[in-house]
Design a protein around this ligand. Structure first.
Ligand code: NDP
Ligand code: HSE
Length: 360
Protein backbone atom coordinates (compact mmCIF):
# COMPACT_ATOMS: atom_id res chain seq x y z
CA UNK A 1 0.00 0.00 0.00
CA UNK A 2 1.41 3.43 -1.03
CA UNK A 3 0.18 6.53 0.77
CA UNK A 4 0.20 9.84 -1.00
CA UNK A 5 -0.68 13.49 -0.37
CA UNK A 6 -2.08 16.19 -2.65
CA UNK A 7 -1.13 19.86 -2.19
CA UNK A 8 -3.72 22.15 -3.84
CA UNK A 9 -7.36 21.05 -3.99
CA UNK A 10 -8.55 22.92 -7.10
CA UNK A 11 -9.48 21.76 -10.60
CA UNK A 12 -6.62 19.30 -11.04
CA UNK A 13 -5.99 18.32 -7.39
CA UNK A 14 -9.70 17.69 -6.91
CA UNK A 15 -9.77 15.56 -10.07
CA UNK A 16 -6.83 13.48 -8.83
CA UNK A 17 -8.57 12.84 -5.48
CA UNK A 18 -11.82 11.88 -7.20
CA UNK A 19 -10.25 9.46 -9.70
CA UNK A 20 -8.05 7.86 -7.01
CA UNK A 21 -11.25 6.97 -5.15
CA UNK A 22 -13.48 6.16 -8.15
CA UNK A 23 -10.91 3.99 -9.97
CA UNK A 24 -9.10 2.62 -6.89
CA UNK A 25 -9.26 -1.01 -8.01
CA UNK A 26 -8.00 -0.26 -11.54
CA UNK A 27 -5.20 1.96 -10.22
CA UNK A 28 -4.12 -0.73 -7.71
CA UNK A 29 -4.03 -3.24 -10.55
CA UNK A 30 -1.91 -0.90 -12.73
CA UNK A 31 0.43 0.07 -9.87
CA UNK A 32 0.72 -3.44 -8.48
CA UNK A 33 -0.54 -2.28 -5.06
CA UNK A 34 -3.24 0.03 -3.69
CA UNK A 35 -2.63 3.80 -3.66
CA UNK A 36 -4.27 5.55 -0.72
CA UNK A 37 -4.83 9.30 -0.45
CA UNK A 38 -3.80 10.14 3.12
CA UNK A 39 -3.75 13.95 3.11
CA UNK A 40 -4.92 16.92 1.07
CA UNK A 41 -3.20 20.22 1.86
CA UNK A 42 -5.72 23.09 1.73
CA UNK A 43 -5.74 26.71 2.88
CA UNK A 44 -9.48 27.09 3.56
CA UNK A 45 -12.43 25.00 4.73
CA UNK A 46 -14.44 22.72 2.46
CA UNK A 47 -17.48 21.94 4.67
CA UNK A 48 -19.27 18.74 3.67
CA UNK A 49 -16.62 17.81 1.07
CA UNK A 50 -16.23 14.02 0.62
CA UNK A 51 -12.49 14.42 1.36
CA UNK A 52 -12.89 16.65 4.43
CA UNK A 53 -11.35 13.96 6.66
CA UNK A 54 -8.09 13.94 4.68
CA UNK A 55 -7.63 17.73 4.77
CA UNK A 56 -4.74 19.39 6.63
CA UNK A 57 -3.52 22.98 6.61
CA UNK A 58 0.05 22.47 7.79
CA UNK A 59 2.54 21.08 5.26
CA UNK A 60 4.81 19.76 8.03
CA UNK A 61 2.16 17.09 8.81
CA UNK A 62 2.81 15.65 5.33
CA UNK A 63 6.54 16.32 5.38
CA UNK A 64 7.08 14.52 8.68
CA UNK A 65 4.84 11.51 8.01
CA UNK A 66 7.12 8.64 6.93
CA UNK A 67 4.12 6.76 5.51
CA UNK A 68 3.67 9.36 2.75
CA UNK A 69 5.89 8.41 -0.18
CA UNK A 70 4.55 10.73 -2.93
CA UNK A 71 3.50 14.39 -2.98
CA UNK A 72 1.22 15.51 -5.82
CA UNK A 73 1.67 19.26 -6.34
CA UNK A 74 -1.32 20.98 -7.95
CA UNK A 75 -1.09 24.44 -6.38
CA UNK A 76 0.52 26.21 -9.34
CA UNK A 77 3.10 29.02 -9.51
CA UNK A 78 6.53 29.07 -7.93
CA UNK A 79 5.78 30.23 -4.38
CA UNK A 80 4.33 27.63 -2.01
CA UNK A 81 4.57 25.00 -4.78
CA UNK A 82 8.36 25.33 -5.03
CA UNK A 83 8.76 25.35 -1.25
CA UNK A 84 6.66 22.20 -0.74
CA UNK A 85 8.22 20.28 -3.63
CA UNK A 86 11.70 21.09 -2.34
CA UNK A 87 10.82 20.07 1.21
CA UNK A 88 9.14 16.86 0.04
CA UNK A 89 12.15 15.83 -2.09
CA UNK A 90 14.54 16.59 0.77
CA UNK A 91 12.38 14.36 2.97
CA UNK A 92 12.92 11.57 0.40
CA UNK A 93 9.36 11.76 -0.97
CA UNK A 94 8.74 11.63 -4.70
CA UNK A 95 6.97 14.52 -6.38
CA UNK A 96 4.46 14.48 -9.24
CA UNK A 97 3.46 17.88 -10.56
CA UNK A 98 1.22 19.41 -13.24
CA UNK A 99 2.89 22.79 -12.78
CA UNK A 100 4.62 23.90 -16.00
CA UNK A 101 5.80 27.19 -14.53
CA UNK A 102 7.59 25.31 -11.76
CA UNK A 103 9.13 22.80 -14.19
CA UNK A 104 10.14 25.42 -16.78
CA UNK A 105 11.73 27.69 -14.17
CA UNK A 106 13.06 25.19 -11.59
CA UNK A 107 12.80 21.76 -13.26
CA UNK A 108 16.54 21.16 -13.65
CA UNK A 109 17.24 21.96 -9.98
CA UNK A 110 14.31 19.83 -8.78
CA UNK A 111 15.39 16.87 -10.93
CA UNK A 112 18.88 17.21 -9.47
CA UNK A 113 17.46 17.32 -5.94
CA UNK A 114 15.33 14.24 -6.63
CA UNK A 115 18.40 12.30 -7.79
CA UNK A 116 20.37 13.45 -4.74
CA UNK A 117 17.68 12.24 -2.32
CA UNK A 118 16.78 9.08 -4.25
CA UNK A 119 13.26 10.34 -4.91
CA UNK A 120 11.15 10.53 -8.07
CA UNK A 121 10.17 13.68 -9.98
CA UNK A 122 7.71 13.38 -12.85
CA UNK A 123 5.65 16.01 -14.66
CA UNK A 124 3.79 14.42 -17.59
CA UNK A 125 0.69 16.57 -16.92
CA UNK A 126 2.67 19.80 -17.23
CA UNK A 127 2.63 19.68 -21.05
CA UNK A 128 -0.52 19.08 -23.12
CA UNK A 129 -2.73 18.02 -20.18
CA UNK A 130 -4.08 14.51 -20.71
CA UNK A 131 -1.92 13.61 -23.74
CA UNK A 132 0.96 11.26 -22.99
CA UNK A 133 3.84 13.10 -24.68
CA UNK A 134 6.84 13.58 -22.36
CA UNK A 135 7.32 9.88 -21.65
CA UNK A 136 6.92 8.81 -25.30
CA UNK A 137 9.29 11.61 -26.33
CA UNK A 138 12.07 10.61 -23.97
CA UNK A 139 11.52 6.85 -23.87
CA UNK A 140 9.74 5.45 -26.92
CA UNK A 141 11.53 7.83 -29.30
CA UNK A 142 14.87 7.46 -27.48
CA UNK A 143 16.54 5.92 -30.54
CA UNK A 144 15.97 9.07 -32.62
CA UNK A 145 17.79 12.34 -33.02
CA UNK A 146 15.00 14.86 -32.53
CA UNK A 147 14.62 17.63 -35.09
CA UNK A 148 11.41 19.42 -34.09
CA UNK A 149 8.75 19.26 -31.37
CA UNK A 150 5.94 21.67 -32.15
CA UNK A 151 2.28 21.99 -31.61
CA UNK A 152 -0.84 23.44 -30.11
CA UNK A 153 0.17 23.52 -26.47
CA UNK A 154 -2.50 25.65 -24.82
CA UNK A 155 -6.09 24.47 -24.50
CA UNK A 156 -7.53 27.84 -23.47
CA UNK A 157 -6.25 29.72 -26.52
CA UNK A 158 -7.16 26.91 -28.91
CA UNK A 159 -10.65 26.91 -27.40
CA UNK A 160 -10.89 30.72 -27.72
CA UNK A 161 -9.65 30.71 -31.34
CA UNK A 162 -12.12 27.96 -32.24
CA UNK A 163 -15.05 29.69 -30.56
CA UNK A 164 -14.16 33.11 -31.99
CA UNK A 165 -13.09 32.25 -35.49
CA UNK A 166 -15.23 29.18 -36.23
CA UNK A 167 -18.31 29.75 -34.08
CA UNK A 168 -18.54 33.56 -34.00
CA UNK A 169 -18.36 33.89 -30.20
CA UNK A 170 -16.86 37.08 -28.74
CA UNK A 171 -13.35 36.97 -27.28
CA UNK A 172 -14.68 37.89 -23.82
CA UNK A 173 -17.35 35.14 -23.83
CA UNK A 174 -14.93 32.52 -25.11
CA UNK A 175 -12.39 33.40 -22.40
CA UNK A 176 -14.98 33.38 -19.66
CA UNK A 177 -16.24 29.95 -20.82
CA UNK A 178 -12.66 28.62 -20.82
CA UNK A 179 -12.33 29.82 -17.22
CA UNK A 180 -15.67 28.28 -16.22
CA UNK A 181 -14.61 24.94 -17.74
CA UNK A 182 -11.39 24.93 -15.65
CA UNK A 183 -9.02 25.28 -18.63
CA UNK A 184 -7.48 28.68 -17.90
CA UNK A 185 -4.61 29.53 -15.56
CA UNK A 186 -5.34 31.43 -12.33
CA UNK A 187 -4.25 34.53 -14.28
CA UNK A 188 -5.49 33.90 -17.85
CA UNK A 189 -3.00 36.45 -19.20
CA UNK A 190 -0.55 33.55 -19.09
CA UNK A 191 -2.76 31.70 -21.57
CA UNK A 192 -3.73 34.46 -23.99
CA UNK A 193 -0.31 36.10 -24.14
CA UNK A 194 1.39 32.78 -24.91
CA UNK A 195 3.30 32.55 -21.61
CA UNK A 196 1.83 29.17 -20.68
CA UNK A 197 2.67 27.75 -24.13
CA UNK A 198 6.17 29.23 -23.74
CA UNK A 199 6.71 27.36 -20.46
CA UNK A 200 5.60 24.12 -22.15
CA UNK A 201 7.84 24.81 -25.17
CA UNK A 202 10.81 25.26 -22.82
CA UNK A 203 10.07 21.89 -21.18
CA UNK A 204 9.79 20.21 -24.59
CA UNK A 205 12.98 21.92 -25.74
CA UNK A 206 14.81 20.71 -22.63
CA UNK A 207 13.69 17.13 -23.20
CA UNK A 208 14.29 17.21 -26.97
CA UNK A 209 17.68 18.92 -27.03
CA UNK A 210 19.03 18.47 -23.49
CA UNK A 211 19.56 22.20 -22.76
CA UNK A 212 17.77 24.20 -20.12
CA UNK A 213 15.71 26.95 -21.76
CA UNK A 214 14.31 29.79 -19.70
CA UNK A 215 10.90 31.21 -20.73
CA UNK A 216 12.45 34.69 -20.42
CA UNK A 217 14.89 33.88 -23.24
CA UNK A 218 12.37 33.03 -25.93
CA UNK A 219 10.19 34.97 -28.36
CA UNK A 220 6.55 34.84 -27.19
CA UNK A 221 3.46 36.17 -28.96
CA UNK A 222 -0.06 35.20 -27.88
CA UNK A 223 -3.47 35.55 -29.51
CA UNK A 224 -4.62 38.85 -28.03
CA UNK A 225 -3.93 40.69 -31.31
CA UNK A 226 -5.55 38.10 -33.59
CA UNK A 227 -9.02 38.99 -34.85
CA UNK A 228 -11.69 37.96 -37.32
CA UNK A 229 -10.06 39.95 -40.15
CA UNK A 230 -6.86 37.90 -39.80
CA UNK A 231 -8.99 34.74 -39.87
CA UNK A 232 -10.68 35.99 -43.06
CA UNK A 233 -7.29 36.58 -44.71
CA UNK A 234 -6.20 33.10 -43.59
CA UNK A 235 -9.34 31.53 -45.00
CA UNK A 236 -8.94 33.31 -48.33
CA UNK A 237 -5.55 31.58 -48.63
CA UNK A 238 -6.94 28.16 -47.58
CA UNK A 239 -5.43 28.41 -44.11
CA UNK A 240 -6.34 28.46 -40.40
CA UNK A 241 -4.78 30.36 -37.52
CA UNK A 242 -3.33 28.34 -34.63
CA UNK A 243 -1.10 29.35 -31.73
CA UNK A 244 1.96 27.11 -31.92
CA UNK A 245 4.81 26.51 -29.51
CA UNK A 246 7.83 25.30 -31.44
CA UNK A 247 11.31 24.07 -30.70
CA UNK A 248 13.45 22.91 -33.60
CA UNK A 249 16.81 22.83 -35.29
CA UNK A 250 17.24 24.98 -38.41
CA UNK A 251 20.60 25.36 -40.17
CA UNK A 252 22.36 23.96 -37.10
CA UNK A 253 20.72 26.48 -34.77
CA UNK A 254 18.30 25.57 -31.97
CA UNK A 255 15.10 27.66 -31.81
CA UNK A 256 12.28 27.87 -29.32
CA UNK A 257 9.36 30.28 -29.65
CA UNK A 258 5.59 30.76 -29.45
CA UNK A 259 3.50 32.63 -31.99
CA UNK A 260 0.25 32.46 -33.96
CA UNK A 261 0.75 30.62 -37.26
CA UNK A 262 -1.11 30.28 -40.53
CA UNK A 263 -1.36 26.58 -41.30
CA UNK A 264 -2.88 24.85 -44.32
CA UNK A 265 -6.52 23.96 -43.71
CA UNK A 266 -5.74 20.43 -44.92
CA UNK A 267 -2.95 19.92 -42.31
CA UNK A 268 -3.68 17.65 -39.34
CA UNK A 269 -3.12 20.48 -36.84
CA UNK A 270 -5.79 22.61 -38.53
CA UNK A 271 -8.44 20.10 -37.46
CA UNK A 272 -7.39 20.20 -33.79
CA UNK A 273 -10.09 22.37 -32.24
CA UNK A 274 -11.49 23.46 -28.89
CA UNK A 275 -9.54 22.41 -25.81
CA UNK A 276 -7.65 19.76 -27.78
CA UNK A 277 -3.88 20.04 -28.09
CA UNK A 278 -1.56 18.29 -30.54
CA UNK A 279 2.18 17.82 -30.45
CA UNK A 280 4.02 16.94 -33.64
CA UNK A 281 7.46 15.35 -33.32
CA UNK A 282 9.87 15.19 -36.26
CA UNK A 283 12.70 12.78 -35.62
CA UNK A 284 15.55 11.11 -37.52
CA UNK A 285 14.28 7.54 -37.70
CA UNK A 286 10.53 7.59 -37.20
CA UNK A 287 9.78 10.63 -39.37
CA UNK A 288 6.72 12.51 -38.07
CA UNK A 289 4.55 11.45 -35.14
CA UNK A 290 1.47 13.30 -33.90
CA UNK A 291 0.11 13.14 -30.36
CA UNK A 292 -3.35 14.63 -29.87
CA UNK A 293 -6.04 14.82 -27.20
CA UNK A 294 -7.48 17.02 -24.45
CA UNK A 295 -4.84 19.57 -23.42
CA UNK A 296 -6.53 20.84 -20.25
CA UNK A 297 -9.40 20.11 -17.89
CA UNK A 298 -9.98 18.38 -14.58
CA UNK A 299 -10.06 14.68 -15.50
CA UNK A 300 -7.70 14.56 -18.51
CA UNK A 301 -5.02 16.34 -16.46
CA UNK A 302 -5.66 14.19 -13.39
CA UNK A 303 -5.33 11.13 -15.64
CA UNK A 304 -1.78 12.20 -16.56
CA UNK A 305 -0.91 12.94 -12.91
CA UNK A 306 -2.08 9.50 -11.80
CA UNK A 307 -0.12 7.90 -14.65
CA UNK A 308 3.01 9.40 -13.07
CA UNK A 309 1.98 8.18 -9.59
CA UNK A 310 1.63 4.65 -10.96
CA UNK A 311 5.01 4.97 -12.69
CA UNK A 312 6.71 5.97 -9.43
CA UNK A 313 5.00 3.24 -7.41
CA UNK A 314 6.26 0.67 -9.94
CA UNK A 315 9.69 2.30 -10.37
CA UNK A 316 10.62 4.11 -7.15
CA UNK A 317 13.06 6.98 -7.70
CA UNK A 318 11.98 7.57 -11.30
CA UNK A 319 13.12 11.01 -12.51
CA UNK A 320 11.82 12.25 -15.89
CA UNK A 321 14.00 10.26 -18.27
CA UNK A 322 16.26 12.34 -20.52
CA UNK A 323 16.08 15.38 -18.26
CA UNK A 324 18.20 18.35 -19.28
CA UNK A 325 21.45 20.07 -18.26
CA UNK A 326 21.01 22.54 -15.42
CA UNK A 327 23.03 25.31 -17.06
CA UNK A 328 20.96 27.75 -19.04
CA UNK A 329 21.68 27.88 -22.75
CA UNK A 330 19.49 30.37 -24.59
CA UNK A 331 18.28 29.25 -28.01
CA UNK A 332 19.15 31.25 -31.15
CA UNK A 333 17.42 34.59 -31.49
CA UNK A 334 14.03 34.51 -33.23
CA UNK A 335 15.30 37.18 -35.63
CA UNK A 336 17.54 34.49 -37.15
CA UNK A 337 14.64 32.13 -37.85
CA UNK A 338 13.87 31.76 -41.56
CA UNK A 339 10.16 31.68 -42.42
CA UNK A 340 7.51 33.58 -44.33
CA UNK A 341 5.80 36.15 -42.09
CA UNK A 342 2.32 37.66 -42.26
CA UNK A 343 2.19 41.38 -41.50
CA UNK A 344 -1.10 43.29 -41.35
CA UNK A 345 -0.96 47.09 -41.28
CA UNK A 346 -3.90 49.47 -40.91
CA UNK A 347 -3.49 51.20 -44.25
CA UNK A 348 -1.61 50.50 -47.42
CA UNK A 349 1.49 52.65 -47.49
CA UNK A 350 3.97 50.59 -49.39
CA UNK A 351 6.78 53.18 -49.29
CA UNK A 352 6.66 53.53 -45.50
CA UNK A 353 6.48 49.77 -45.10
CA UNK A 354 9.44 49.21 -47.38
CA UNK A 355 11.45 51.61 -45.22
CA UNK A 356 10.85 49.30 -42.25
CA UNK A 357 10.86 45.89 -43.92
CA UNK A 358 12.95 46.27 -47.06
CA UNK A 359 11.68 45.72 -50.62
CA UNK A 360 8.24 44.10 -50.77
P1 NDP B 1 -6.76 25.86 -9.32
O1 NDP B 1 -6.63 27.31 -9.09
O2 NDP B 1 -8.08 25.30 -9.68
O3 NDP B 1 -6.26 25.07 -8.02
C1 NDP B 1 -5.16 25.44 -7.25
C2 NDP B 1 -5.53 25.16 -5.82
O4 NDP B 1 -4.37 25.37 -5.02
C3 NDP B 1 -6.63 26.09 -5.29
O5 NDP B 1 -7.64 25.31 -4.73
C4 NDP B 1 -5.91 26.92 -4.24
O6 NDP B 1 -6.68 27.20 -3.10
C5 NDP B 1 -4.80 25.97 -3.82
N1 NDP B 1 -3.70 26.66 -3.17
C6 NDP B 1 -3.08 27.81 -3.53
N2 NDP B 1 -2.09 28.10 -2.66
C7 NDP B 1 -2.10 27.15 -1.72
C8 NDP B 1 -1.33 26.90 -0.57
N3 NDP B 1 -0.35 27.71 -0.20
N4 NDP B 1 -1.62 25.81 0.17
C9 NDP B 1 -2.61 24.97 -0.19
N5 NDP B 1 -3.39 25.14 -1.28
C10 NDP B 1 -3.13 26.22 -2.04
O7 NDP B 1 -5.67 25.49 -10.40
P2 NDP B 1 -5.63 24.20 -11.33
O8 NDP B 1 -6.03 23.00 -10.59
O9 NDP B 1 -6.30 24.51 -12.61
O10 NDP B 1 -4.08 24.14 -11.67
C11 NDP B 1 -3.15 23.61 -10.76
C12 NDP B 1 -1.83 23.38 -11.49
O11 NDP B 1 -2.04 22.48 -12.56
C13 NDP B 1 -1.25 24.65 -12.12
O12 NDP B 1 0.15 24.56 -12.07
C14 NDP B 1 -1.72 24.55 -13.57
O13 NDP B 1 -0.90 25.25 -14.45
C15 NDP B 1 -1.62 23.06 -13.78
N6 NDP B 1 -2.44 22.53 -14.86
C16 NDP B 1 -3.77 22.85 -14.93
C17 NDP B 1 -4.56 22.31 -15.91
C18 NDP B 1 -6.01 22.61 -16.03
O14 NDP B 1 -6.63 22.16 -17.01
N7 NDP B 1 -6.60 23.32 -15.09
C19 NDP B 1 -3.98 21.41 -16.93
C20 NDP B 1 -2.56 21.12 -16.75
C21 NDP B 1 -1.85 21.67 -15.75
P3 NDP B 1 -7.95 28.19 -3.12
O15 NDP B 1 -9.05 27.35 -3.67
O16 NDP B 1 -8.10 28.52 -1.70
O17 NDP B 1 -7.58 29.34 -4.00
N1 HSE C 1 -4.19 26.76 -18.92
C1 HSE C 1 -3.62 25.61 -19.54
C2 HSE C 1 -4.22 25.46 -20.93
C3 HSE C 1 -3.90 24.39 -18.72
O1 HSE C 1 -5.24 26.08 -21.22
O2 HSE C 1 -3.66 24.73 -21.73
C4 HSE C 1 -3.24 23.15 -19.25
O3 HSE C 1 -1.85 23.23 -19.14
Amino acid sequence: MQKIAIAGYGTVGGGVAEILRRNAAKIAESAGEPVELKYILVRRDFPGDPFEKEMVRDFSVIESDPEVTILVETIGGCGAALEYCTRALKAGKSVVTANKQLVAEHGAALMELAREYGAGFLFEASVAGGIPVLHPLSRCLGANVLEEVSGILNGTTNYILTQMLENGESYADALSNAQRLGYAEADPTADVEGIDAARKSCILSGLAFGKNVSPEDIHVEGISKVDALDAAFAESGGMKIKLLGRTLLQNGKRFCFVSPHFIKASALLAGVNGVFNAVCVRASEVGEVLFAGPGAGRYPTASAVIGDIIDIVKNPGRVQPAGWDACNEAPASFSQFHARFYVRVPECNKAALEQKLGKI
